[in-house]
Design a protein around this ligand. Structure first.
Ligand code: GLN
Length: 540
């Protein structure tokens, strides 16, 4: 039977409950245990797919095509867990299921209530993950902050969970903040005391407290937290701000959090294996030999979380190239107003990410033109690929009005148009071309060289595609269609012949990059950028 770790957050948001949950997953896997991690999101949307990235950050896509919270990205990056649509549960999903059941008549004669109907449904979602993943340990991150009205049913379900499963099969971990008050030169434990107090009112006594702090927790502070919060002193874990998020599993291990968890569950496991992680990830993050500057040109630049997986994938590729990747975030709307060189001078690589809507796309195309003409390594993702096609059509093939029908439905040259399967779609939630699809790579292309194989699987999230009726014309001018979805004959990868590294893909490779296994496209992109920065590029 699986064991369950329920992770709650207190005091305020943004304490890194996601990284803490992912790191706990990592230290458990290091002991040879199979892990799955899931997230409860208390909002009423069924999934984050319909939210603006400014509201919610990136929408992460799983292999099976679920649009999920970006925290699932951290879970997959830190562990080997293969997450599915079951790993992200929202209030919207829970109520949707219960209300449909009620309409069908499944509860005839009964009054439907938060307890037990909603809480039962929440618990059944955890059981489902345990069953589908066959994990030894299921980690459940309960989003939001203790005390939020909307999180109450999830916390109530978490309380009942120990009652159902037995004390030794469920562990409660609570994340809090121990703020440093400069004027008093002191760390303060009161917010943690209050937060644990609120959790106790709900009926949950945490077993472990992870304390976010700027300064080390002294013995005295740990004693105080232990006493007031009723937590064993060794289970008061210090989580100081780290230089890299990837060092956090090592920090937890140092403070024997993995031993504490094992002993609570009465589990015996093999010795912890984190040496490779330390050498290939943490050491690389802390001791880069080179530096390279990469421009990311998008419209959600102001928000750190909107391109989370892309930034992480760039950083991972840096690890593999012993390089610190310095990301220059450029607002595509801003670029529209200026000469491209003004904002892009000095970068060794340009990345254009995915997106929706016409705002800023002319700026993206300006960046692509700059990369193409100046032989600067370029990586385009999803909308980034569509813009690369439009730019090439306009400036190389002479199709001045080339456009995507997403932005200009009446264009005379619809080089990007709606996928055939999308024409009958009427509802917007969860209806894009989503999740993993196969892609066949053409011989003697950059894509094939980078991946080193013929058939790949990558994750998608789009409605528009390259219009194949323009293919011949583009090929004549030097564009190579190096990756094709065999079933639908869709262009998945394009590249340019007369360029050291110009590649763009209709999918989202960033979702499959891990710190110790960088994605081949990102790996190759950073390598090419590094060569460009040293002017070692051979022009074909
Ligand atoms: N808006 C484009 C489409 O729907 C690109 C989507 C994306 O970049 N994820 O096809």
């Amino acid at each position: 039977m699986a064991k369950f770790i329920l992770v709650t957050g207190g005091v305020n948001s943004s304490l890194g409950q996601d990284i803490a949950s992912a790191s706990i997953g990592r230290i458990r896997e290091a002991r040879g245990l199979k892990v799955s991690i899931m997230k409860f999101d208390p909002y009423i949307n069924v999934d984050p797919g319909t939210m603006n990235p400014f509201q919610h950050g990136e929408v992460y896509v799983t292999e099976d095509g679920a649009e999920t919270d970006l925290d699932l990205g951290h879970y997959e990056r830190f562990t080997n867990a293969r997450l599915t649509k079951y790993n992200n549960v929202t209030t919207g999903q829970v109520y949707n299921t219960v209300i449909s059941r009620e309409r069908r008549g499944d509860y005839l004669g009964k009054t439907i209530q938060v307890i037990p109907h909603i809480t039962d449904e929440i618990k059944s979602r955890v059981h489902k993950v345990a069953e589908v993943s066959a994990a030894d340990i299921v980690i459940v991150e309960i989003g939001g902050t203790v005390g939020d009205i909307e999180g109450l049913p999830f916390l109530e379900a978490a309380r009942q969970f120990r009652l159902d499963k037995g004390y030794e099969n469920v562990l409660y971990i609570h994340l809090t903040l121990v703020p440093y008050v400069r004027a008093a030169d002191e760390l303060k434990t009161k917010p943690s005391q209050h937060s644990v107090g609120t959790l106790r009112e709900i009926g949950i006594q945490p077993d472990v407290l992870i304390c976010r702090t700027e300064k080390p927790l002294s013995d005295e502070i740990k004693d105080k937290i232990s006493l007031f919060c009723s937590i064993k002193k060794e289970a008061v874990i210090e989580a100081k701000d780290a230089q890299t998020i990837y060092a956090i599993p090592l920090e937890f291990k140092k403070q024997i959090l993995d031993e504490i968890i094992l002993s609570h569950f009465h589990l015996i496991s093999k010795c912890s294996q984190l040496a490779d992680w330390e050498i290939n990830v943490v050491d690389k993050a802390l001791n880069p030999k080179e530096r390279v500057s990469i421009a990311v040109v998008g419209k959600y630049i102001a928000l750190q979380d909107a391109y989370k997986s892309i930034y992480e994938a760039l950083v991972h590729a840096g690890f593999a190239n012993d390089t610190k990747v310095e990301i220059r975030k450029i607002d595509s709307e801003e670029l529209q107003k200026h000469d491209a060189g003004k904002l892009l001078a000095g970068v060794s690589g340009i990345l254009v990410p995915g997106g929706f809507g016409s705002r800023g796309i002319e700026g993206k195309m300006k960046a692509i033109e700059y990369a193409r003409e100046r032989q600067i390594p370029f990586l385009g993702l999803c909308l980034g690929m569509q813009c690369a096609v439009i730019e090439f059509c306009r400036h190389v093939c002479g199709l001045k009005d080339a456009h995507s029908t997403e932005f200009k439905p009446a264009t005379k040259n619809p080089v990007i148009s709606l996928l055939a399967e999308q024409k009958k779609v009427t509802q917007l939630g969860g209806t894009m071309r989503l999740g993993a699809y196969p892609c066949r790579l053409k011989k003697h292309t950059l894509a094939r060289r980078l991946y080193g194989k013929v058939l790949i699987h990558e994750r998608h999230r789009h409605r528009y595609e390259f219009n194949n009726s323009y293919k011949k014309r583009l090929e004549k001018k030097g564009m190579v269609f190096s990756g094709i979805y065999p079933t639908g004959n869709l262009a998945e990868i394009i590249e340019l012949k007369k360029h050291p590294f110009f590649i763009a893909v209709q999918f989202h490779p960033e979702f499959k990059s891990k710190p110790d296994r960088p994605h081949p496209l990102f790996h190759g992109f950073i390598k090419a950028a590094l060569e460009k920065s040293k002017c070692k590029v051979e022009y074909k």
